[in-house]
Design a protein around this ligand. Structure first.
Ligand code: GLU
Length: 324
């Protein structure tokens, strides 16, 4: 078998696995869609999709793979990359650390000395990162964010206006976090504008197939597998994947690293994006969430895939970790 046909055979095997897992977990109805943002509770809870893209550009989508849903906290990962590119690592580290908190995503918590948000994956850090989006006013700043997504997706993602409005009306916990950070000089005074930008980035509409493209690009050192464009700088990708591994799954990050073992980011819209460095991106969408705010089926699918295909980064049998 040539190297190419071996790769294709392996991907077919992976596709079969995704199809089987989709069928196996379709009846799993544990958990419930997020309802603390009222508009999110209106989603069809049975939607379910799995998608993947390799660094060579091979792709698959199973189930509701083109259904658009709000990206929510998965946006935090991309915005972190944007902040690192624009401001540099030192400037970003001054405002946002890299320590996992063991707390929930919306904990009203800063670091020990109250000078930084704990990490860019919890709401505090993500709002501080959104504050760093440059631009003359709200429209220009939001456009910058959408344009950054467009580099990955080849289109500017739309915003779910209903969810955006709903977050704006009910997001008082995020408001509390933001004003706490203002009082400590972590973010600038344009607090409401930045919160609105944060709510807007959470309300961007993507499919699991879109997420898989993003994941494959990050797994490929920031180079888009289809366009070959360097979407985000190499060294920035390393930092993005590191915080995704240590903090991306919030207070479940330790268990996730133990059982699944790849960098990942989840969102309360029901999406989970995982990246296998050098391999590709995998994404699952299913809106019923567990107590940590992660998709129940999503966690199950990732656990099974990681076990079956040796995706865990520290698995001694992981094929691509063998030298030569
Ligand atoms: N927009 C959500 C919030 O700030 C995002 C949370 C999440 O997806 O974990 O509450």
């Amino acid at each position: 078998m040539t190297e190419e046909s071996e790769r294709q055979a392996r991907f077919r095997w992976f596709r079969d696995g995704c199809e089987n897992l989709h069928a196996r977990y379709a009846d799993l109805s544990q958990g419930a869609p997020a309802d603390y943002i009222p508009e999110l509770a209106r989603v069809d809870p049975d939607l379910f999709a799995i998608a993947a893209m390799t660094v060579d550009g091979e792709r698959l989508g199973v189930g509701d793979a083109t259904h658009l849903f709000t990206v929510q906290s998965i946006s935090k990962l991309l915005l972190y990359g944007l902040a690192l590119e624009v401001h540099g690592r030192d400037a970003v580290l001054e405002k946002v650390g890299v320590a996992p908190t063991g707390e929930s995503f919306n904990a009203i918590e800063l670091d020990d000395r109250q000078t930084r948000a704990p990490n860019p994956m919890v709401n505090a850090g993500a709002i501080a990162v959104s504050d760093m989006v440059t631009g003359a006013g709200p429209d220009e700043r939001l456009e910058r964010v959408r344009a950054m997504f467009a580099r990955y997706l080849g289109r500017h993602p739309e915003i779910d206006e209903g969810v955006w409005k709903s977050e704006r009306v009910t997001g008082n916990r995020n408001r509390a976090i933001a004003y706490l950070m203002l009082s400590h000089g972590i973010i600038s005074a344009r607090v409401e504008e930045t919160l609105d930008l944060y709510f807007a980035q959470c309300s961007l509409l993507l499919s699991v197939e879109d997420l898989a493209v993003i994941g494959a690009t990050l797994a490929n050192g920031g180079r888009h597998p289809l366009t070959a464009e360097q979407v985000v700088a190499h060294d920035v990708v390393r930092d993005m994947l590191t915080v995704a591994l240590t903090c991306g799954m919030y207070d479940y990050a330790g268990e996730w690293a133990y059982t699944v073992g790849i960098p990942a980011k989840s969102g309360v819209g029901g999406g989970i994006l995982g990246m296998v460095p050098g391999g590709g991106g995998v994404a699952v969408f299913s809106p019923r969430l567990d107590g940590h705010g992660h998709s129940v089926r999503g966690v199950r699918v990732f656990e099974a895939l990681s076990r079956r295909y040796g995706m865990h980064l520290f698995d001694p049998d992981r094929p691509s970790t063998r030298p030569g």
